[in-house]
Design a binder for this molecule. Structure first.
Ligand SMILES: *Cc1c(COP(=O)(O)O)cnc(C)c1O
Length: 398
């Protein structure tokens, strides 16, 4: 890599990161290689590619130029050597974790993670003899207490659904490096523009690219970044053999979406700050959970040169009027769309207790403090005045 490239800012990397595709016609935008397979120029060459003696593509599940371009770009943004893209965020999380685990191994996971990650660890891993201990990682001592000789992996998500719980990653990174344990972070809510877990010791960073990385609500996909060695293992074991590889078309769309990531994150964050202040002062609302507010535990990790460059754009809030008030608000909104997912241009709102967190038992929801009056909002890219006006009219309907 040239000196110039190494000093590029994230906004530039999201447009130019990685090697450009050599196109015979000089196309500005790399063409979409919508092909399942690649023709070998000779039998010997085909054999050499299979043997790993010659570079070159073989079959799209094993690699594709359009997918490779996306992988290089996200790796550059995360400050990692390599990446592997996948069909969904869960595809990335499953392929990443399972590449490094076998029966008898132990995993320490945050007790506050995406619902399907929890199901994978708690239900599926148990069937294959992998034990997972879920702990509150806001205190690193809980990780030290859970550690065993068989611990191979620590997994966390920060900030995490739905209360935006923030975990200080640096002490956990130190602990994992001292004990030779793989440290994996789900960075979906932040993107590498706002937080780079690798700078705090994470060995592998996973994303649901469905969210901010693509940013346009038209793709489900995932990606993991890490060292050449770790990514090679993931690509040529779990991802290849279980097959959650990404479609070239989806990779092409995400590469397109990435070009505006820096601009989008800036506007998402600006809008979210305004919305959080508005909600925080509204008398129909009991409590607002947003890392940008000084009352949020973990707020001290937000700011220039801190773990999170900005607070992101996901906000949760508790309605004073409980379930009925939440329903009235959600049903009264005119522009903000009632949908799960996040990180899209459209502002999206949902009711965790009956939607994203409905698979939890009522007891588990009570322990996790997910009440019937809790609402989650993914603040979009519309003009902030229009988002505020829609929330104001929705709250007036109460
Ligand atoms: C959406 C999401 C996932 C799962 O990603 P899919 O693309 O839906 O498979 C994982 N982690 C977090 C934090 C998410 O928001």
């Amino acid at each position: 890599m040239s000196q110039l490239k190494q000093s590029w800012h994230p906004a530039t990397l999201s447009i130019h990161g990685g090697e450009p595709i050599a196109d015979p016609h000089g196309a500005l935008v790399a063409p979409l290689y919508q092909t399942s397979t690649f023709v070998f120029p000779s039998t010997q060459e085909g054999g050499a590619r299979f043997a790993g003696d010659q570079p070159g593509y073989i079959y799209t599940r094993l690699g594709n130029p359009t997918v490779h371009q996306l992988e290089q770009r996200v790796a550059a943004l995360e400050g990692m050597a390599a990446a592997a893209a996948s069909a969904t965020g869960m595809g990335a999380i499953a392929a990443t974790t399972m590449a490094f685990l076998k029966a008898g191994d132990h995993v320490i996971s945050s007790d506050c993670i995406y619902g399907c990650s929890f199901a994978l660890f708690n239900d599926l891993f148990a069937r294959y003899g992998i034990e997972v201990t879920f702990v509150d990682m806001t205190n690193v001592q809980n990780i030290k207490d859970a550690y065993r000789d068989t611990t191979r992996m620590v997994f966390l998500e920060t900030p995490a659904n739905p209360h935006l719980r923030i975990i200080d990653m640096a002490p956990i990174g130190d602990f994992c490096n001292q004990h030779d344990v793989k440290f994996i972070v789900d960075n979906t809510f932040m993107t590498p523009l706002l937080q780079r877990p690798g700078d705090f010791g994470a060995h592998l960073v996973v994303h649901s690219a469905t969210k901010y990385l693509n940013g346009h609500g038209d793709v489900v996909a995932g990606i993991v970044t890490g060292s050449e060695e770790d990514i090679h293992l993931i690509k040529y074991t779990t991802l290849k053999d279980m097959g959650a590889t990404i479609s070239p078309h989806d990779a092409w769309l995400i590469t397109r979406g990435l070009k505006t990531l820096a601009l989008r994150m800036e506007r998402h964050c600006e809008n979210a700050n305004k919305v959080a202040s508005f909600l925080n002062e509204h008398n129909a609302i009991d409590k607002v959970y947003f890392p940008g507010l000084t009352n949020h535990p973990g707020h001290e990790l937000v700011g220039a040169n801190k773990q999170m460059k900005a607070a992101g754009a996901i906000i949760a809030f508790e309605m004073k009027g409980g379930y009925q008030a939440a329903v009235t608000l959600l049903n009264s909104l005119e522009m903000i769309r009632l949908a799960v997912s996040l990180g899209d241009a459209e502002s999206l709102i949902q009711h965790p207790a009956s939607m994203t967190h409905s698979p939890l038992t009522p007891e588990a929801r009570a322990i996790a403090n997910i009440g019937e009056g809790l609402v989650r909002l993914s603040v979009g890219l519309e003009h902030s005045d229009d988002i505020l006006a829609d929330l104001a009219q929705g709250l007036n309907a109460l």
